[in-house]
Unconditional design. Structure first.
Length: 242
């Protein structure tokens, strides 16, 4: 059997089955953000029509296409980020790495629109190559974007952006591509929870060519675990210098 309690219970005796309207919106928020994990963080920098720089984290974020690259993020409510993008259609996605997690979290403060989060959080500004908003200079990678659509979905304002320019720091590059452990990205969990990369593994994608003359799971690809960071000796620490 399953249960539909009126609010989140301390313990479940059976499986949980609810419709979103069964619970308070805050309880639904905590449930869905605890289930959809880990989430990448889009640290979005913008500039207002008055020239005030803004940077804020958004964990409703991802890449949605690669030819040409497009990213998407959603802001719950019309915060400074969305207001600024409506003014000039431009934003930078700064990638959040572990060495910047405290700065990123501080920029989530509900500063008034006239306040500059860069200044408050001790972040350095770097000029973008193709757009007006500033990059976070300490970030190891950036996407400079042009907004192509803003759509309302529930209480979220979904921003779709085309990537115009990409920057990657040489400290995270190895063997022709970005090394995830050198990048050391931060992912969002629920509440005040965050995480870093754990065990990494490879799983080849199957094709019908290799599956069609087999049966059941005979051709199912199997896990290939990558070496642990400690064995590779390349995972950065909080104090790692660029």
């Amino acid at each position: 059997m399953s249960s539909t309690p009126a609010k989140p219970p301390k313990r479940l005796q059976t499986a949980l089955e609810i419709a979103p309207e069964d619970w308070d919106a805050t309880d639904v928020y905590h449930l869905v953000t605890a289930l959809v994990i880990p989430r990448p963080i889009g640290w979005i920098s913008t500039v207002s029509s008055d020239g005030i720089d803004n940077v804020a984290p958004h964990s409703y974020f991802n890449v949605v296409a690669h030819r040409p690259p497009h990213v998407v993020f959603s802001s719950v409510g019309v915060k400074d980020t969305v207001a600024n993008i409506r003014d000039n259609n431009q934003f930078v996605v700064n990638l959040v790495t572990f060495d910047l997690v405290e700065h990123m979290n501080f920029t989530a403060t509900d500063f008034p629109p006239a306040e500059d989060e860069f200044a408050w959080s001790g972040l350095q500004k770097a000029a973008a190559r193709r757009i007006r908003p500033k990059r976070v200079a300490q970030a190891k990678a950036h996407f400079e974007c042009e907004a192509v659509q803003i759509t309302k979905a529930g209480n979220g304002h979904v921003v779709l952006g085309r990537v115009l320019h990409i920057h990657v720091d040489d400290s995270v590059w190895r063997d022709g591509r970005v090394d995830p452990y050198l990048l050391d990205p931060v992912c969002r969990l629920s509440g005040s929870g965050y995480a870093r990369l754990g065990t990494r593994f490879r799983l080849p994608r199957p094709t019908w060519e290799h599956v069609q003359n087999t049966s059941g799971t005979e051709a199912m690809p199997r896990l290939h675990e990558a070496p642990a960071p400690s064995e590779r000796g390349d995972r950065p620490t909080q104090n790692r210098r660029r």
